[in-house]
Design a protein around this ligand. Structure first.
Ligand SMILES: [Fe+2]
Ligand SMILES: [Fe+2]
Length: 214
């Protein structure tokens, strides 16, 4: 019993350490190289540049949330296979996080000042989903990844085509998110009721509205 308590507290400490590293942008080494893209020189009009910065800030925060969600879910996964499934997806999301961070640096702009809050809320959400059972937890992944896929496509449509590096990053992220959603479905994830999907969409709209600006 005491050993279990010790190992749970050490897991919580690991999670707290991850929270600090991600939110201070210290954890920014990807395991995969940036996706290939055609290098070109271009200058964006100020309005397009500001739009791209805001959208990439949203994507970076989305990946901060993805880390928190997946690790919150993994911490309370009921089954070992579920745990490993979630950690593998979290590793790929970590690459996304690093690529988005690199792009924000390229644009000489900041990450969202609200990331600590989004991380903590997402970790709580992910943990809650996992405590309700693995099939609900996978269902949560299915719905989140669907929403991310949709917003990535919106960003791909808005960002100027000359910005080949951003486009390559977003295209790879979208492909990975689709695969994460499909894998969660294959693993037995349930389809959420319409009302839950509506609440999740509304929350993500609030997040996007604030992060674009802050
Ligand atoms: Fe991602
Ligand atoms: Fe994903």
């Amino acid at each position: 019993m005491r050993k279990n308590q010790t190992s749970f507290s050490s897991k919580l400490l690991t999670e707290f350490d991850r929270f600090l590293k991600i939110n201070s942008n210290q954890d920014n080494k990807p395991t995969r190289h940036l996706p290939d893209y055609k290098r070109n020189k271009f200058t964006l009009p100020t309005e397009d540049l500001n739009t791209t910065k805001g959208l990439m800030r949203i994507n970076h925060t989305g990946e901060v949330c993805a880390q928190a969600l997946y690790y919150g879910q993994a911490l309370f996964a009921k089954d070992k296979a579920t745990y490993h499934h979630l950690i593998q997806a979290a590793d790929e999301e970590h690459d996304h996080l690093c690529w988005c961070y690199e792009r924000l640096n390229d644009f000489n702009t900041h990450t969202s000042v609200l990331n600590h809050f989004w991380y903590a809320s997402s970790f709580l959400l992910g943990s809650t989903a996992a405590l309700l059972g693995d099939r609900i937890s996978y269902g949560f992944v299915i719905e989140i990844e669907k929403q991310v896929e949709n917003h990535l496509q919106e960003h791909i449509d808005k960002i100027p085509i000359e910005d080949t590096k951003t486009h390559a990053i977003l295209a790879q992220m979208k492909a990975d998110e689709i695969r994460h959603g499909n894998n969660a479905r294959k693993a037995g994830g349930i389809d959420f009721p319409h009302s839950v999907k509506t609440v999740m969409t509304a929350l993500s709209k609030v997040m996007k509205f604030l992060v674009y600006r802050l």
